[in-house]
Design a protein around this ligand. Structure first.
Ligand SMILES: N[C@@H](CCC(=O)N[C@@H](CS)C(=O)NCC(=O)O)C(=O)O
Length: 207
């Protein structure tokens, strides 16, 4: 059995953050497919056995069951020594970006994508609002990436892996993200150039 088992599914950018970290760090890991669209994370089995918050990803390592991609990334950085902050200040800086990612950068985009590309909902004031929030969050990251190559400085950390969750999916959500945000696009190329990089579709089973 693999050392690390990641409950995940290919459409999940939040799962991809953990999958990419495991892969780039050379961990012995295996994905376990979550039938998310069949309601797996809503079952009592999931909520009582794996994650009371009702979300994927879930990482199992020995007796540990970890949820929240940011916590998983932090744990793996500690375990492997890869993509970690070098001191307390850098660790705090990394957490600033992970929190911003979870609140805004990933969250607004993932919700917009879920509504339009997964649920095939029509455009509405809600999608319009979310698109505006995506643009605002992307502007913040664009600005940072014109100052530094990676989010917290001159080398990639788990902050970069966290924000990379949804930047390799290309469903149409009414935004030409890479034309609008060239510094983020260039950062995507830097991510892709990391040794061992793979896209979400190559790391996790899809429906
Ligand atoms: N902040 C969480 C977000 C996890 C999340 O929202 N996962 C989605 C799948 S990508 C989910 O399970 N959603 C279920 C729901 O919102 O009910 C993390 O980073 O792990």
């Amino acid at each position: 059995m693999a050392d690390y088992r990641l409950h995940c599914f290919g459409e999940s950018g939040n799962s991809y953050k953990a999958a990419l970290m495991l892969e780039l760090s050379g961990c012995d890991w295996a994905p376990l497919w979550v039938p998310f669209f069949e309601g797996a994370t809503r079952t009592a089995e999931w909520r009582e056995g794996l994650n009371r918050m009702g979300e994927a990803p879930v990482l199992v390592h020995g007796q540990r069951v970890l949820t929240q991609s940011g916590v998983i990334l932090d744990y793996l950085a500690e375990e492997t020594g890869k993509f970690a902050g070098r001191d307390a200040d850098e660790k705090r800086e990394i957490w600033r970006w992970i929190l911003f990612d979870n609140h805004k950068f990933t969250s607004y985009f993932a919700t917009l994508r879920f509504m339009l590309a997964m649920k095939k909902m029509p455009e509405s004031p809600v999608t319009e609002f979310l698109r505006g929030r995506v643009i605002d969050a992307y502007k913040v990251v664009e600005k940072q990436l014109t100052v530094t190559d990676w989010l917290t400085g001159d080398r990639p950390t788990i902050a970069d892996l966290s924000l990379s969750g949804y930047v390799f999916y290309d469903e149409d959500v009414g935004l030409d993200r890479w034309a609008m945000f060239p510094a983020i696009d260039a950062w995507r190329d830097r991510l892709k150039a990391l040794p061992g990089w793979k896209g979400p579709w190559d790391l996790m089973p899809m429906k």
